[in-house]
Design a protein around this ligand. Structure first.
Ligand code: NAP
Ligand code: COA
Length: 266
């Protein structure tokens, strides 16, 4: 049972990038289960349609899947227009689309580094800017940027993603500074390792998984539901003074130094 009132987001619409899978699918479900309608977006229309059907059935709210590539502003604008056409506007934007893989900096191709920067950082800017211009400037709202803790200290094999998420955190602060006066709150979430996700399948393969858990003070990974609840909290009036801040939810993982760094001798 949820600790939040089930209609706390009634009348709201959320636009969630990366909402077809993993953590951001979980966030979308939590927002919908508490009254919001949702538009989910990523590159694969088929997966979006399947997720939209599943979440609508589960929550009784409406969910629309619209394919777009966050690296391409024209596709982002078209997806936001589709949200406005279907729901009359939107109030919540979650920037969750991201790409990552393990790779030593010396072996990253120029294009590999650029690709991750483009999806995570430029994608977050593209979506935030277009959403602000189209809706949020006039009606206010909340932007939630999904970050990470990779760049607190440093994480081996993650030069690309750490740089991209550091820039996302910087954007969270800059946009908060400039857009707060328009009634737009901009906040971030930095998850630690989250179980049953594509991210953890890629970053903690095989035996690294158990060693990583051993390095987490709570001795377990987080769950998608825990990150979803935090996102939900940040979208409610209970979080009305939280602005420009990125909240860590990692069971204390980064406090002990990065477990992956220890494993890699970093
Ligand atoms: P995920 O399911 O793979 O989520 C990433 C999403 O981004 C996918 O739905 C993907 O869908 C979409 N995407 C990728 N490139 C895109 C593009 N160019 N345009 C639009 N959408 C795109 O992985 P996840 O592990 O749940 O990660 C979700 C978020 O949490 C990410 O921001 C990640 O950095 C962050 N995070 C995760 C963890 C973890 O432990 N899993 C830890 C810290 C932070 P398509 O392939 O269909 O485009
Ligand atoms: N190691 C090193 N380089 C890699 C790589 C890996 N595992 N995977 C891709 N790359 C390189 C490619 O070789 C390419 O560089 P090149 O042109 O110099 O050869 C560059 O990255 C772009 O790859 P491409 O597959 O063309 O990009 P894409 O836009 O189709 O996909 C990715 C983006 C690479 C991030 C892909 O993994 C993806 O779609 N991820 C989304 C899901 C995800 O990462 N979830 C976890 C979130 S934490």
């Amino acid at each position: 049972m949820s600790v939040f009132r089930e209609d706390v987001l009634a009348g709201k619409t959320a636009f969630v990038t990366g909402g077809g899978s993993g953590i951001c699918k979980g966030i979308t479900e939590a927002l919908m289960a508490h009254g919001a309608n949702a538009v989910i977006t990523s590159r694969k229309q088929e997966r979006l349609d399947e997720t939209a059907r599943e979440l609508a059935e589960k929550t009784g709210r409406e969910c629309l899947g619209v394919a777009c590539d966050v690296r391409k502003p024209e596709t982002v604008e078209a997806a936001l227009d589709a949200a406005i056409a279907r729901f009359g506007g939107f109030d919540i934007v979650v920037n969750g689309a991201a790409g990552n893989f393990l790779c030593p900096a010396s072996q990253l191709s120029y294009n590999a580094f650029r690709t991750v920067m483009e999806i995570d950082t430029i994608g977050t800017f593209n979506v935030s800017k277009a959403a602000f211009e189209k809706q949020l400037r006039a009606r206010g709202g909340v932007i939630v940027n999904i970050s990470a803790t990779l760049h607190y200290g440093a994480t081996p094999l993650q030069a690309h993603a750490a740089a991209a998420k550091a820039a996302v955190d910087s954007l969270t602060r800059s946009l908060a500074l400039e857009w707060g006066a328009s009634g737009v709150r901009v906040v971030g979430i930095a998850p630690g390792p989250i179980d049953d996700t594509e991210g953890i399948a890629r970053l903690a393969p095989g035996p690294i998984r158990d060693q990583m858990i051993a390095g987490i003070p709570l001795k377990r990974m987080g769950t998608i539901a825990e990150i979803a609840d935090l996102a939900l909290f940040l979208c409610t009036p209970a979080a009305s003074l939280i602005h420009g801040e990125t909240i860590v939810a990692d069971g204390g993982h980064w406090l002990g130094g990065n477990a992956l760094a220890t494993l890699m001798g970093g």
